[in-house]
Design a protein around this ligand. Structure first.
Ligand SMILES: Nc1ncnc2c1ncn2[C@@H]1O[C@H](COP(=O)(O)OP(=O)(O)O)[C@@H](O)[C@H]1O
Ligand SMILES: [Mg+2]
Length: 397
């Protein structure tokens, strides 16, 4: 009996130790779990702070952007718009939030919206130019970049106002058109003046000198020599004046047209420059409009002078063809070729080019044509194409 009681006591003690052990293990596990929880909590709080930081950063970028930004839902309702967008459209944020994108497009362009909207979803993103309507009803030209689903069901449109830039470009274009026209008119006036007044005075001088020469035997030898020299100078002056006035404005260009003027100019150019010029000119059933003749002649003149000045070529070719309602002029050489860097700059605003090529481009643009200048290996090719304008075609000749 005593044996049993002592075994039971041992057993109880063992059980108590075991329980204590288990409690200690559990407590340790709980302590560790608690620590993990605390760490998790700290991480989560840190992540939340980081998220809030990056959200407020994005918000600041959105609000501060110079470009207008508008967020739309699937029904093109405005969900958000930044400060620049409010300025562009002339609406406050609350007014914008009550509108759909369609309300910002002029009535005549609404049909384009569906088309644009569809292709934004098909391609994921789209860029282009559109007209938008301000609160006051006036229109602005903007470039846009649209991206579908920047978050599910949220679509971003970024807009940049081009109106002022376009107006500045247009007025610059008008200004250079006016300059070019004034230059042509001025050249024509000076050419006529030189021919009609200085040229006539020289003719009269020549006649007087003829009289002097007829009587020159009665003059002392020194005076005879001077008279003979005066005749020679008078002749050179007449030729120079005629050449200069012809170069300033070939009279034949207005009277008989392009071909005789070109024949005259090209032969004089070859003689002076040593560049051999071949011409292949198509048949022209009707004379071309005066502006087109002037543009073709001036482009040929500039291209030939460029070949002489820059190309180091012994030959040049001029071709004029008529096809598909267009007149295509090509002037090529077999020289060292135009520097491609100049052409690249030229496309971004004509920085690498001089007045000559810029002027060519302007003349072509005025008449609704296109100008291409490229390396032709060897040499350079200048190609200008114009819609055909025959004389009496257009009312403003
Ligand atoms: N046929 C050509 N061959 C080689 N380089 C050319 C040719 N035509 C033009 N260029 C280059 O393009 C530049 C711009 O030409 P242009 O606008 O006529 O100005 P400019 O003749 O006054 O220099 C030239 O300075 C020259 O470097
Ligand atoms: Mg030049």
């Amino acid at each position: 009996m005593r044996m049993n009681a002592s075994r039971a006591k041992d057993e109880l003690l063992r059980l108590r130790d075991e329980l204590e052990q288990q409690i200690q293990t559990k407590t340790e596990a709980l302590r560790q779990a608690n620590q993990h929880l605390l760490l998790d909590l700290a991480d989560r709080m840190k992540a939340e702070v980081a998220l809030r930081d990056s959200e407020s950063q994005l918000r600041a970028m959105f609000e501060n952007a110079l470009d207008s930004m508008i967020l739309l839902d699937d029904d093109r309702r405005i969900l958000d718009a930044n400060e620049s967008a409010q300025q562009l459209f002339g609406y406050g944020i609350q007014e914008l939030l009550a509108l759909r994108w369609d309300a910002l497009i002029p009535a005549g362009h609404v049909a384009e919206i569906e088309e644009h909207w569809k292709s934004v979803f098909e391609e994921g993103a789209k860029r282009g130019e559109i007209e938008v309507r301000r609160a006051c009803g006036s229109a602005r030209l903007v470039s846009f970049s649209a991206r579908a689903n920047i978050q599910p069901g949220r679509h971003l449109i970024t807009l940049r106002d081009l109106t002022e830039q376009r107006e500045a470009e247009d007025s610059l274009r008008l200004l250079s058109q006016r300059l070019m026209r004034l230059q042509d008119e001025e050249r024509r006036r000076i050419a006529r003046e030189l021919h009609d007044s200085t040229g006539q005075s020289l003719s009269a001088l020549a006649m007087h000198l003829d009289v002097v020469m007829a009587e020159s035997h009665s003059l002392p030898p020194r005076a005879q020599k001077s008279a003979a020299e005066a005749v020679e100078i008078c002749r050179t002056c007449s030729t120079d004046i005629r050449t200069i006035s012809y170069l300033l404005h070939p009279p034949l260009l207005d009277e008989v047209g392009l071909l005789p003027a070109l024949a005259w100019y090209v032969s004089g150019f070859s003689e002076r420059s040593g560049v051999k010029v071949t011409k292949k000119i198509c048949e022209l059933s009707k004379p071309l409009a005066k502006e087109l003749n002037t543009a073709l002649f001036r482009i040929i003149q500039e291209a030939l002078v460029n070949i002489h000045k820059h190309a180091d070529s012994k030959e040049a070719k001029i071709e004029l063809n008529k096809s598909d309602g267009k007149i295509v002029l090509e002037i090529s050489d077999s020289g060292n070729g135009i520097d491609p860097a100049r052409l690249r700059n030229g496309r971004n605003g004509a920085r690498g080019l001089g007045v000559g090529i810029t002027g060519m481009r302007e003349r072509v643009r005025q008449l609704g044509g296109t100008l291409e200048i490229k390396r032709a290996n060897p040499g350079t090719l200048v190609r200008a194409s114009f819609p055909i304008m025959e004389e009496y075609d257009n009312g403003n000749t």
